[in-house]
Design a protein around this ligand. Structure first.
Ligand SMILES: Nc1ncnc2c1ncn2[C@@H]1O[C@H](COP(=O)(O)OP(=O)(O)O)[C@@H](O)[C@H]1O
Ligand SMILES: [Mg+2]
Length: 152
């Protein structure tokens, strides 16, 4: 392997700026950015087709592991709402000898709603945000300490 590859996980709710940050990190890395919204749009799939999204994210994780093994940096911007999902990615990447960064975007709900309104698509309403909010497990300081410090 050429150097140590880094897996970057972008964690946050819709509108928190995951794609915006990931696009910066992909240039700075350089890194391969895997974004389900873009792939689903490109494939002509409904962005709210949850089953397809889950399958696509699973394929991304297969590809990410191959790329990390080849020494290539990877960005996953799926939001990573669940601690168990983040743990799986961190431990999986480390087992390949990769570094793992967790970029957590902590943005107040009112600001998320404002940004989503301004962005337009995919259409996510304040009601959807309020409904999803309790499902989100924000990383605490102890969890953040388990990751390699972000380079940026
Ligand atoms: N740090 C920021 N401050 C203000 N607005 C931002 C910031 N990051 C992103 N945005 C804007 O908020 C909207 C949502 O950002 P986006 O990157 O698409 O979020 P996500 O991928 O998490 O849904 C976009 O219109 C984007 O331009
Ligand atoms: Mg996005």
């Amino acid at each position: 392997m050429i150097g140590v590859a880094t897996l970057m996980l972008i964690c946050g709710l819709p509108g928190s700026g995951k794609t915006t940050l990931a696009k910066r990190l992909e240039i700075e890395g350089p890194a391969v950015r895997l974004c389900a919204d873009e792939w689903m749009a490109g494939l002509g799939v409904d962005l709210f087709d949850v089953e397809t999204r889950v399958r696509l994210e699973r394929q991304f994780w297969e590809l990410a592991r191959r790329l990390l093994t080849l020494g290539q940096n990877v960005i996953l911007e799926a939001g990573f709402w669940l601690r168990a999902d983040r743990d799986e990615k961190r431990l999986g990447a480390r087992s390949l000898g990769a570094a793992v960064e967790l970029h957590y975007l902590d943005v107040p709900l009112d600001e998320l709603a404002r940004r989503l309104e301004a962005r337009g698509t995919p259409r996510i309403t304040r009601e959807m945000l309020d409904w999803h909010m309790p499902l989100f497990e924000p990383p605490d300081p102890d969890e953040l300490n388990l990751y390699d410090p972000p380079r940026t």
